[in-house]
Design a protein around this ligand. Structure first.
Ligand code: HEC
Length: 143
């Protein structure tokens, strides 16, 4: 019973702790939005939903806007979530990764306006590499 209560109070304190870190919550939600747009584009391309190809432009514009919020979301050194301490220890490198991401979202906006699935696919692939690169260096692996 004692152990149970201890576990319960630990759980409660962990969740309270999480709520005390709005900066972590904000950057995670920002990233979820990024993941949502990328996922939606992936659905359209993978399943060849040609009637929805024009929708990709709005997702690309959204990604380009979101990319501009990335650096400010991480600027304050608030450990937590899955961010590695390297985000702040190697801030210049992180900034570079964020800029590459922003640039590739811009390229995707341009590609999406051609309506050409193969051009869009190539731009998505390049953008995806910037996600992967930054996550490899700066995001902890899933446990
Ligand atoms: C400049 C670095 C950087 C780039 C670029 C980047 N991410 Fe992230 N991403 C992170 C970090 C760091 C985290 C962990 C945040 C945390 O938990 O504190 C993260 C977390 C996430 C998460 C998890 C959110 C959750 O539910 O915990 C998703 C999904 C995600 N990123 C998607 C993407 C996608 C898709 C792209 C590319 C289109 C991308 N990210 C580009 C750094 C980046």
């Amino acid at each position: 019973m004692k152990t149970f209560i201890l576990c319960l109070s630990l759980l409660v304190s962990v969740s309270v702790f999480a709520e005390e870190k709005p900066a972590v919550s904000y950057r995670v939600n920002l990233m979820k939005s990024v993941g949502g747009d990328m996922g939606a584009i992936g659905d359209i391309l993978k399943n060849k939903m040609s009637a929805l190809t024009p929708n990709i432009e709005n997702h690309a514009v959204s990604l380009n806007s979101l990319s501009k919020n990335l650096l400010s979301a991480f600027k304050e050194n608030v450990p937590g979530g899955k961010s590695k301490p390297e985000v702040w220890k190697e801030w210049a490198k992180f900034e570079k990764a964020a800029r590459a991401f922003e640039q590739k979202t811009g390229n995707l906006v341009e590609a999406s306006r051609t309506g050409d699935q193969s051009k869009i696919g190539a731009a998505v692939k390049e953008l995806g590499e910037t996600c992967k690169g930054c996550h490899t260096d700066f995001r902890k692996k899933d446990k």
